[in-house]
Design a protein around this ligand. Sequence first.
Ligand SMILES: [Zn+2]
Length: 420
Amino acid sequence: MRGISGSWLLVGDGDSPPIRDGAVVVDRAGAIVAVGTVDVLRGEYSTAAWDSPRGAVLMPGLVNAHTHLELSALRGQVPGGQGFAPWVARLVALRAERGTDADSDAIAEGVSELLRAGTAAVGDVSNSLGSVPLLGGLPLVARVFAEVFGLTRRGAESTLEKTRALLRSLGALPENVSVTLAPHTPYSLHPDTFEGICREAVEAGALTSVHLAEHAAERAFLLDGTGPFLDFLRSRGAPPADWAPPALDPVRYAQTRSALGPHALLVHLTDARPDELALVAESGAPVVLCPRSNLHIEVRWPPLDAVLGAGIRPALGTDSLASSPSLDVLAEARVLRARFPHVKPRALLAMATGWGADALRVEAFVGRLAPGLTPGVLAFPHAEGAIPADPEAYVLSERASRRDILVRPTGTLAAAERPV
Ligand SMILES: [Zn+2]
């Protein structure tokens, strides 16, 4: 066993206060044995190999609940600032121009970046499922969402069939990776396929994921079939939807299509209004916010105050490198700290750790420094004798620029936890 002590220890659950002179004992496999103060634990675990006391704040490994590793080759190359439709039009054009040959190398680099950031769990949305073998066997757990889109019935059914064939071709999954089908968005998938995937997740006891209420163009399209997304479809010569707009807001539409509940991770909600957030909270649906992506594409902040006010404990995600400068989810918490200084640092850190693990349904493995879990241990050093008065605010500040990974998380999902 190994004992590690710090000036402070942050549990990551959003409730527990920081532990001054905190320490953690881990076993050979990286599982947490005990958490407490160094004085007490040194006495109780005197035979453990104790690291010399560090001038550092300790916390669990990070949870990046939403990204698209497959778009990593587009890092920094898709300009934003003009809304979703122009952004996605540029993305699609670039993908068509460049092809997908560089994807594998870029995904591998993205995965390395996740590991360097101290990521213990990731939610990855994928069309090609090219990330699955590259995530396999690494010291993190991954929930991969096999994304399905297709606005017309025929388009949707054809993509669904192709995606099912891809899933079958994967064979046995790595122990640290789960894969489930996921609807892309309400405005890019035929309603029957959308509902079918959600119902399948409920029946399998699995977690699916959907981008929801990301922007005003989505609302316009669902209300009356018009707006920038219709213009985008027309500019591409895509066939029009073969279903009538439901004349509902995104959240109520999701509700009618079995997408509102604990089985569906709702990504973004940037355009959601308070009454819609109340419905989300009531449904028990997990939520992921991706502030830097929203800022890049829409120049808009997610409604964090309203989300927290509704009683939702959101996760954070970086979204892809096509709309975000890095895959470091702590950077998401840091931009929120700057924009929402009244939100408790403890909550912002939980969004990048424990609450993220809850949202991804990996809380039995990572996200908190708690006995039995294998979340990894990160250390944010500070100058000797300059112990931060508020360690949570310190970790969220640019002063905590260095991060050491003292213990790697253990990347294993229990077999029972691996829906296919
Ligand atoms: Zn996304």
